[in-house]
Write a protein that binds this ligand. Structure first.
Ligand code: NDP
Length: 434
């Protein structure tokens, strides 16, 4: 604990994974002999750096930048960058640690890493965001590369930020190295379906959970938290598959829209105007109401999809969902359900899909973007979406089958942790003590 002092989210993520691994270590003592778990918990490399930049008023601002290169046994480090004032080592390490198992679970050749900064893009002009990104990349560029470490977006980092970061990388290195970042725009090396991938993938996963039990999304009432990249495209895919999404939120509160969320309006408010979620309710009229603060999980639904941030669904929220008869909770965000919340859901027999399986569609499509960059090709939307759907089916089946194999049927947490772990652990054994 002293080794990673004060890094609460990192401890939480490690405890969650290790809690599933007892049966694996008993079955495979070679992992224990080679200290695979201790090595997995220690990042291969941790970078912390100064990011100075000038705001529009000419004042010098200072932020801290991070990149945690956690594990490269399966491929180059891969994982997003988060720009949010809450970012510190404990957040980046929890995300990087989770990323190892998630990436492994996709079956693709990608290692795990994560990065970001405590920079807050809210209220900053485009030019300020650009200058910040340029300063951030002026240090980061020397540590990344298409065969080394390939960052992408996360909270606060979307297409605009990836553009500024890629521009600065290209300028410093004099290399048009498309594969160095993913989440790029379509005209400069991006992939179809990458913006949609995490949200779509989440819903494909839920669809698989239902299909494998002879059911479907048709007519289901669904709550989604957040109104960013993951939330918006999860909402879109639920609607395409016949479900009704009745909520959206941001850090100021949530809206309930009994007529079903108007996606065009939500995109306009959030993606174009970069406004607040109350603006949605104001523009929508009678069917929607805004609730300041409060818990979006009080709204009765069949399926809940937390898509905002870590630890947003706690014990009380889980109890409210159970009281209202929820059947499935699937994590679009990383670690949105607290350990106590997970226990409440499990005790009530709610099917629960952990983020490292259910939100793997984003990174999987990033790996597809890398494939297209490497072959100087670009696929159609339909082809890329088909690949995403196949991958999510495979992730679902791998988690479910592994849970069966280890005697914990329907436990997607254990199944995902064990399946993700064994693939990385086997590669680490093969590569020797490094
Ligand atoms: P965005 O920045 O696009 O959206 C984040 C959303 O969550 C916003 O609506 C934001 O509201 C809300 N939010 C963020 N922090 C808080 C908070 N502390 N309290 C309440 N609401 C909050 O991020 P993404 O959609 O990309 O990411 C959402 C989650 O999904 C994260 O956990 C991320 O790690 C995970 N994820 C993302 C992937 C991707 O491909 N983008 C891939 C896999 C996982 P506000 O604007 O008010 O801050």
């Amino acid at each position: 604990v002293r080794r990673n002092q004060g890094e609460d989210e990192f401890h939480q993520a490690v405890a969650e994974v290790l809690g599933s691994l007892g049966p694996v270590i008993r079955k495979h003592p070679e992992y224990g002999d080679a200290e695979v778990i201790r090595r997995l918990c220690e990042p291969e490399r941790q970078l912390i750096f100064r990011v100075p930049w000038e705001d529009d008023a000419g004042r010098v601002q200072l932020n801290r930048g991070f990149r945690i290169e956690f594990n490269s046994a399966l491929g180059p480090y891969k994982g997003g960058l988060r720009f949010h004032p809450s970012v510190y080592a404990g957040i980046v390490k929890f995300l990087g640690f989770e990323q190892i198992f998630k990436n492994s679970l996709t079956g693709l050749p990608i290692g795990g890493g994560k990065g970001g900064s405590d920079f807050d893009p809210k209220g900053r002009s485009d030019r300020e965001v650009m200058r910040f990104c340029q300063s951030f990349m002026t240090e980061l560029y020397r540590h990344i590369g298409e065969h080394t470490d390939v960052p992408a977006g996360d909270i606060g980092v979307g297409g605009r930020e990836i553009g500024y970061l890629f521009g600065q990388y290209k300028r410093i290195t004099n290399r048009y190295e498309s594969g160095v970042l993913t989440g790029k725009g379509l005209t400069w090396g991006g992939s179809q379906v990458r913006p949609e991938a995490t949200g779509y993938g989440l819903v494909f996963f839920v669809d698989e959970m239902l299909r494998s039990r002879g059911s479907s999304l048709e007519g289901r009432r669904v709550s989604v938290s957040g109104s960013g990249n993951v939330a918006i495209y999860a909402t879109e895919k639920v609607q395409q598959l016949g479900g009704v999404v009745v909520t959206a939120s941001d850090s100021s509160g949530y809206v309930v829209d009994e007529a079903g969320v108007d996606l065009d309006l939500l995109k306009e408010v959030k993606e174009v105007k970069r406004g607040r979620i109350s603006d949605y309710a104001d523009a929508r009229g009678d069917s929607a109401r805004f609730v300041a603060g409060g818990s979006v999980w009080d709204v009765p639904v069949d399926i809940a999809l937390p898509c905002a941030t870590q630890n947003e669904l706690d014990e009380a929220a889980a109890a409210a969902l159970v009281r209202n008869g929820v059947g499935i909770v699937a994590e679009g965000a990383n670690m949105p359900v607290t350990p106590a919340g997970t226990r409440v859901l499990a005790e009530a027999g709610v099917l629960f899909a952990p983020g490292k399986a259910a939100n793997a569609g984003g990174v999987a499509t990033s790996a597809l973007e890398m494939q297209q960059n490497a072959s100087r090709d670009s696929w159609t939307f339909e082809y890329a979406e088909g690949r995403l759907q196949q991958i999510m089916r495979a992730v679902h089946d791998r988690a479910l089958e592994t849970a069966d194999e280890y005697g914990v049927p329907n436990d997607y947490v254990a199944g995902a942790n064990i399946a993700g772990f064994t693939r990385v652990a086997d590669a680490m054994l093969a590569l020797g003590v490094i």
